[in-house]
Design a protein around this ligand. Structure first.
Ligand SMILES: NC(=O)c1ccc[n+]([C@@H]2O[C@H](COP(=O)([O-])OP(=O)(O)OC[C@H]3O[C@@H](n4cnc5c(N)ncnc54)[C@H](OP(=O)(O)O)[C@@H]3O)[C@@H](O)[C@H]2O)c1
Length: 281
């Protein structure tokens, strides 16, 4: 097989969660371009319409398997429906995730000492408990596959931490820990398990930051490459982790973060603007 051919996943049956927009949509399209048939998940079928149409436009199968991951039973059902619709699963890219948010959808940026317990609980439910349910339900399907790859989309925040986003960072760190445990436990069943850790990426989740110059300038000042990523720059790493190209790679956290997590933030000694976040006691 040529090196380039190892990046193809022709005929693979893949589930992508959080596929309605942002990173998940870009990942779904990358996998479809590389030959996969897709089950696409988000809270509603309506939100998945555009991605579904785009995948079909690439000549691949696309089925919507909606489910609200705030309900862990629904997370399991999403996997079961995906496997039934595609006749099994070879690849699972679990990408859906949330920040704590206000009723209008804007993020709740509060230090832990001010974050209400229900807000913490919701982030743990969606980002971590649903991840466990999803992995549990995915196991028999992946174990039956000859080319199984499970990818959890975590975050650089799970590696370096993130003040004002402690619940988010803690659940993302837990996903990396889960990846290491599952990679070892499931290796002899032929299932590779890796985490993909994006850095600051322009999506709906981060519009509060890239749309606000003081916050955006401060964040980007800590990124050695000096800019935001696009979802399309994260997607190829997901394809790599799904494909035979990474066939000997398991238990890893792949950071696609513009260098953010390098020691000392990569730009040690470079002047940075003062933090726009008011320190709350
Ligand atoms: N953007 C970044 O800078 C960044 C950096 C590091 C890591 N990440 C991670 O990358 C992943 C994707 O982030 P993104 O920036 O693309 O986010 P996004 O634009 O906000 O998209 C989030 C996706 O998750 C789905 N989702 C949200 N809540 C859900 C729920 N309760 N049940 C089912 N699906 C739900 C959304 O679907 P609907 O709303 O349509 O239901 C949407 O498809 C997340 O895990 C995030 O933590 C992002």
């Amino acid at each position: 097989m040529s090196t380039l051919a190892t990046f193809r996943i022709d005929g693979a049956r893949a589930l992508v969660t959080g596929a309605s927009r942002g990173i998940g949509r870009a990942v779904a399209l990358a996998l479809a371009e590389a030959g996969a048939d897709l089950a696409l998940s988000a809270r509603t079928a309506e939100a998945l319409k555009s991605t579904t149409e785009q995948v079909c436009g690439l000549g691949r199968v696309a089925v919507a398997v909606p489910g609200d991951l705030n309900d862990t039973a629904a997370a399991g059902a999403v996997v079961d429906q995906a496997a039934e619709a595609l006749g099994g699963l070879d690849v699972v890219i679990h990408n859906a995730g949330i920040l704590p948010s206000e009723p209008d959808g804007s993020p709740t940026l509060l230090p832990l000492q001010h974050l209400p317990q229900p807000a913490w609980d919701k982030v743990v439910t969606v980002n971590l408990n649903a991840t466990a349910a999803l992995c549990r339900h995915a196991y028999p399907h992946l174990a039956a596959s000859q080319r199984a790859s499970l990818v959890l989309v975590s975050s650089v925040a799970g590696v370096v931490g993130a003040p004002m986003m402690e619940a988010y960072a803690a659940t993302k760190a837990a996903q990396i820990s889960l990846v290491r445990s599952l990679a070892t436990g499931w290796a002899r069943q032929g299932i590779r398990v890796n985490a993909l850790c994006p850095g600051w990426t322009r999506t709906d989740m981060t519009s509060f930051a890239y749309g606000n110059a003081p916050i955006s300038d401060w964040l980007v000042a800590h990124v050695p490459l000096g800019r935001w990523a696009t979802p399309e720059e994260i997607a190829p790493a997901a394809l790599f982790l799904a494909a035979p190209a990474s066939g000997y790679l398991t238990g890893q956290a792949l950071l696609v973060d513009g260098g953010l997590a390098t020691p000392e933030g990569g730009l040690a000694g470079t002047p940075k603007p003062p933090s726009p976040f008011v320190s709350a006691g």
